[in-house]
Design a protein around this ligand. Structure first.
Ligand SMILES: NC(=O)c1ccc[n+]([C@@H]2O[C@H](COP(=O)([O-])OP(=O)(O)OC[C@H]3O[C@@H](n4cnc5c(N)ncnc54)[C@H](OP(=O)(O)O)[C@@H]3O)[C@@H](O)[C@H]2O)c1
Length: 277
């Protein structure tokens, strides 16, 4: 289920970001680029990177304020293993009206409510690495108490780093983790495997590496920009009896890429379930 349209109007009037590392920093950059005034944001991070401290200073974002007020929304972007230690300081910031948005891998809505006892509206989200260039893919699930306008706010916040897909149930987050969360690594492996195959076909390693990298990046860009489905784009470049068809005969065989990918995603999903306990 795709969610409501995001919009500047849905960004919260007051926001606390906890953890301004890779993901938190990308989110903050996205919000500021979307027009969220820095004065509406407070960042809590005991040792922010210099670039993050500069970004906060440049936009008037309060960095580690002495006593931040209870915000309309609080975004949690610390490492999952840091939640327990951080919770005591955060719990007073989260009231029954505060929307909590967490990107913590493996931390369930129930875990978050246990640590932040007054929280009611909790959105658990799983973004992915291309969030760092605002081309991320995020799956999100909301606690039943989350009101429609809070869901819109969560959507606007997560859309700061790319696509947002709302899930019917939180249990689907493990499948999202296995598809889009871990997915960028599968695509990087495709570039590696294509380069290695190029070397086996006789190309110098550096040439094969550059060609494979640009092929994956260029095809990804084309897919991102095109209104067509991936299968249509594939068919469009496959002449019957041609070279691409010969390769796809191998990749699309009964023991080809599709069953391999199904097994890989199933393994990642099982692991996500184990890690979430
Ligand atoms: N990176 C991704 O692609 C990705 C994708 C999906 C989900 N996530 C989720 O995003 C979360 C953050 O990951 P990340 O890669 O951004 O990690 P990260 O770069 O290590 O960022 C975490 C930040 O939180 C800070 N921090 C630690 N304890 C804190 C506390 N008590 N209060 C406030 N800030 C605190 C850390 O400071 P120190 O460095 O000083 O400890 C660091 O700056 C994780 O839960 C992860 O599961 C990340």
């Amino acid at each position: 289920m795709s969610g409501p349209a995001p919009g500047k109007a849905s960004l919260p009037a007051s926001l606390v970001l906890v953890g301004a590392g890779k993901m938190g920093g990308a989110l903050l950059e996205g919000w500021l680029a979307d027009g969220l005034p820095g004065a509406r944001v407070a960042v809590i991070d005991p040792s922010p990177a210099p670039a993050m401290a500069e970004l906060c200073a440049a936009h008037g974002v309060a960095l580690n304020p002495a006593s931040p007020a209870e915000p309309e929304a609080l975004v949690l972007a610390i490492k999952p293993q840091g939640l327990e230690a951080a919770a005591a300081a955060l719990a007073p910031l989260v009231g029954p009206e505060t929307l909590v948005v967490s990107v913590l891998a493996g931390k369930t809505i129930a875990d978050l409510k246990t640590r932040l006892p007054r929280a009611r509206a909790v959105v658990r989200a799983m973004p992915n690495l291309p969030a760092s260039i605002r081309r991320g893919a995020t799956g999100a699930a909301a606690s039943p108490e989350t009101r429609e306008e809070q869901r819109r706010t969560a959507h606007a916040l997560l859309a700061g780093v790319g696509l947002v897909e709302w899930l019917e149930g939180e249990e689907l987050i493990d499948a999202v983790t296995a598809v889009s969360g871990s997915g960028p690594a599968y695509v990087f492996l495709l570039a590696e495997a294509l380069a290695a195959a190029g070397v086996a076909a006789g190309l110098p390693a550096e040439v094969a590496g550059r060609l494979a990298r640009q092929t994956v990046a260029g095809a990804g860009e084309l897919l991102g920009q095109s209104p067509e489905e991936a299968a249509t784009l594939r068919r469009n470049v496959t002449s019957p009896g041609g070279t691409t068809a010969a390769a796809l005969g191998v990749l699309m065989a009964a023991d080809g890429l599709e069953p391999l990918m199904r097994d890989a995603v199933a393994a990642a999903k099982r692991r996500a379930e184990e890690l979430a306990g």
